[in-house]
Design a protein around this ligand. Structure first.
Ligand SMILES: [Zn+2]
Length: 367
């Protein structure tokens, strides 16, 4: 250092803002001077840290006779000159400063990366949702407690009943309720079955165990096993929570958000019941409802051939009557094949016929 470096001296008896001083190198030692003081701190014992806004400067601190002293070199170029003094450059003090500068740099990089992740996380989740909607929707739905699901289904049923007459007595209703009870025995859901006063060929399930069959569908079935096939299918839509998964998928990213703020069931409940009655299921959901429904028929000792037969009946009757069932439960060639294979696998197994006569049963409610 050929010329002295400007600095500010801080210590006992000096004003809090410090006092002008300068640092020079004399005979291999650092010398700090102002009008009244002169210090020669050991280069190895001073402690260094960065100071100033944006950290361009260096503080050099030491103790002398039990008192703390420090000088600040605030000018970046001067700070660099100070640290590059040959005798000083390789001391433990400068090495410690460099380590702390590297730590600070790593921390700043880490903070930036964290901030970027936080800002990008919603975007990443959104992309993930579209790439991988099914597992995410399943995961969200798996976090909805059953009692909430039941409440949701009940409120949807109430909304539905406000717009649609329910019959719920008479031979046709008895058939629906009797078959329904057999196919939902042992379920964790409190199932209830209803007969709607609607000519449309349709049936649907609401979350938590509500199955509604239209009188038009009952009238279109050729035998009671066909009705059993429909009910078995609907019961599995409840068991596998297909309509919840479907709603969550429709909500997309906002479902994740509602769940994050603990408000998912309220948000779901805000959706119209009629939306639930016409939800179009995915091919996977349909295949699953067929597969498990078929097994449930066999387990309840009901001839499962009514299930594929009913789809035949539906397809033939599409021209005559509006079918809500086929539009909300799309029938694919794969589904038909899968049911035929399951039938063949059963061989000649005999099933006791369901005892409902006549069929179709009268819709007229008992007075
Ligand atoms: Zn279905």
């Amino acid at each position: 250092v050929n010329s002295a470096i400007d600095a500010w001296l801080f210590g006992p008896g000096l004003p809090p803002a410090g006092r002008a001083a300068f640092i020079s190198l004399e005979a291999g030692a650092l010398v700090i001077r102002n009008g009244e003081h002169q210090f020669r701190p050991s280069m190895h014992e001073v402690s260094l840290r960065e100071v100033g806004f944006g950290r361009p400067g260096i503080e050099l601190a030491w103790s002398q006779s039990g008192e703390q002293w420090a000088v600040h070199v605030l000018n970046a170029a001067n700070a660099k000159r100070l640290l590059s003094i040959a005798e000083f450059r390789h001391t433990a003090s400068v090495a410690a400063l460099k380590r702390s500068q590297q730590r600070a740099l790593r921390w700043r990089r880490f903070s930036m990366a964290t901030l970027a992740t936080l800002l990008l996380a919603p975007l990443l989740l959104l992309i993930l949702f579209f790439l991988n909607a099914d597992p995410i929707a399943d995961w969200i739905v798996s976090r909805i407690p059953i009692d909430q699901e039941i409440k949701f289904g009940q409120s949807a049923l109430e909304q539905f009943r406000a717009e649609q007459e329910i019959i719920d007595s008479g031979p046709a209703f008895d058939a629906v309720a009797t078959i329904g009870a057999r196919l939902s025995k042992g379920s964790k859901y409190p199932f209830q079955f209803h007969l709607a006063d609607d000519e449309t060929l349709n049936a649907f399930a609401l979350p938590g165990g509500v199955v509604v069959v239209n009188k038009g569908l009952v009238a279109a079935t050729k035998r009671s096993e066909e009705l059993a096939g429909v009910i078995a299918h609907e019961v599995q839509h409840v068991e596998y929570r297909h309509s919840l998964v479907n709603l969550v998928k429709q909500m997309g990213f906002s479902a994740l958000w509602s769940m994050a703020i603990g408000d998912l069931v309220t948000t779901l409940a805000g959706r119209a019941a009629l939306e639930l009655t016409g939800l179009k299921f995915s091919r996977d959901a349909e295949a699953e409802a067929d597969d498990k429904g078929f097994d449930a028929l066999v387990a309840a000792d009901i001839d499962p051939s009514g299930m594929p037969d009913f789809f035949e009946t539906m397809e033939k009757s599409v021209g005559d009557a509006p079918s809500g069932f086929l539009s909300s439960h799309p029938l694919s060639h794969d589904r038909k094949l899968a049911m035929q294979e399951k039938l063949q696998a059963l061989g000649n197994r005999h099933f006791e016929a369901l005892q409902f006569t006549p069929w179709p049963p009268p819709i007229v409610p008992t007075q």
